[in-house]
Ligand binder design. Structure first.
Ligand SMILES: [Zn+2]
Length: 334
């Protein structure tokens, strides 16, 4: 029973059942986001909270953010069911079938579920993360637990949970009959009872998003109790979905604007994989009062500062070699 309750906690949507007597919401109740920190045992007032606004001019490239390895993301038999939690729509995955590693993550993670955040029927956007203040139409979160940890241990480990965030961009003329049509067709009259979902894979939903381009920072769950246990990956490229399919989320689920406002980054840093395009004009300087001091110049986009023939050097007169071709310089007036 205890484990079951904790699993409900991890569902990021059914937490109402965990915080007994402290029902939370996105608006219109006592515990709306600005009061989540008052919920008993809540971490929502902590200093590594999510989501955040990703300010691309402050993002640093990290060469350790290599490519991910995805196991069974392409399988059409691993999505166990789809459920209306009251706060979101969630797809649970078969146990121990779907895995995630690489991408700079520290070890192997077991993927357990994915769910969505959206705006309203008037096309007010509802992604949780924003990029340079821009909010996308929706955001999909794929949640994985570090293997070898119990759910409780994962929630108490600063790297216990890995969440992949994909932005969803509303298009005027996107595919109306693909996997997103299949998925959203389940939303009509969806209840908190499990509904079996077939013939869609996670890869089908992600489509051709370039998964080598992503941002990375340490944060939290974005619903109470906001455990600060999440290694966040937010992909640079959005998934494009026809706006008529996006409308189905607020229309059929009958809840709107299911996203938490952005939180302060504080002293944290956001990093980007080497393939992620970053804006030019990253500031460099000679002292350490800017983003890139000399010891970090090699991390600047397109930098050659880490090469083997760099300048300046110390000229050691004891080890110079005479070259007879180096005759006198002649200066001419032009
Ligand atoms: Zn989420």
């Amino acid at each position: 029973m205890y484990r079951c309750t904790l699993l409900l906690c991890l569902s990021l949507g059914a937490l109402v059942k965990c915080a007994a007597g402290s029902d939370w919401c996105y608006s219109g109740c006592e515990y709306s986001p600005t009061h989540w920190h008052e919920i008993p045992h809540s971490s929502c007032g902590g200093n590594r909270q999510s989501p955040i606004d990703i300010v691309t001019s402050h993002v640093k490239m990290d060469p350790h953010l290599d490519n991910f390895t995805f196991v069974n993301f392409s399988s059409q038999r691993v999505i166990k069911n789809i459920i209306n939690t009251g706060h979101t729509v969630k797809c649970n995955l078969e146990n121990d079938q779907v895995e995630l590693s690489g991408g700079g993550l520290n070890g192997l993670y077991s993927t357990i579920q994915f769910h969505f955040h959206w705006g309203d029927t008037k096309h007010h956007p509802g992604s949780e993360h924003t990029v340079d203040g821009h909010r996308y139409s929706m955001e999909m979160h794929i949640v994985s637990l570090k293997t070898g940890l119990s759910v409780e241990e994962a929630l108490n480990d600063p790297e216990g949970i890995a969440v992949l965030g994909f932005f969803i961009n509303a298009t005027e003329d996107g595919d109306m009959f693909g996997p997103w049509d299949s998925l959203t067709s389940y939303l009509v009259n969806l209840t908190d009872t499990d509904v079996t979902l077939h013939n869609i894979s996670i890869d089908d939903l992600i489509g051709n998003v370039d998964r080598t381009r992503f941002y990375r920072y340490n944060g939290s769950l974005t619903t109470p109790n906001c455990s600060e246990a999440v290694v966040w990956t937010v992909f640079h490229e959005p998934i494009n979905v026809n706006k008529k399919l996006i409308e189905r989320f607020p229309v059929h689920m009958k809840v709107t604007n299911v996203y938490r406002p952005v939180q302060d980054l504080g002293t944290r840093h956001v990093f980007a994989s080497p393939a992620t395009p970053l804006p030019p004009g990253h500031s460099w300087c000679y002292d350490d009062h800017c983003e890139y001091s000399p010891s970090q110049w090699h991390l600047l986009p397109d930098s050659q500062c880490g090469g083997e023939s760099q300048s300046p050097i110390n000229i050691d007169t004891k080890h110079i070699v005479v070259d007879e071709h180096l005759d006198s310089l002649h200066l001419y007036k032009v």
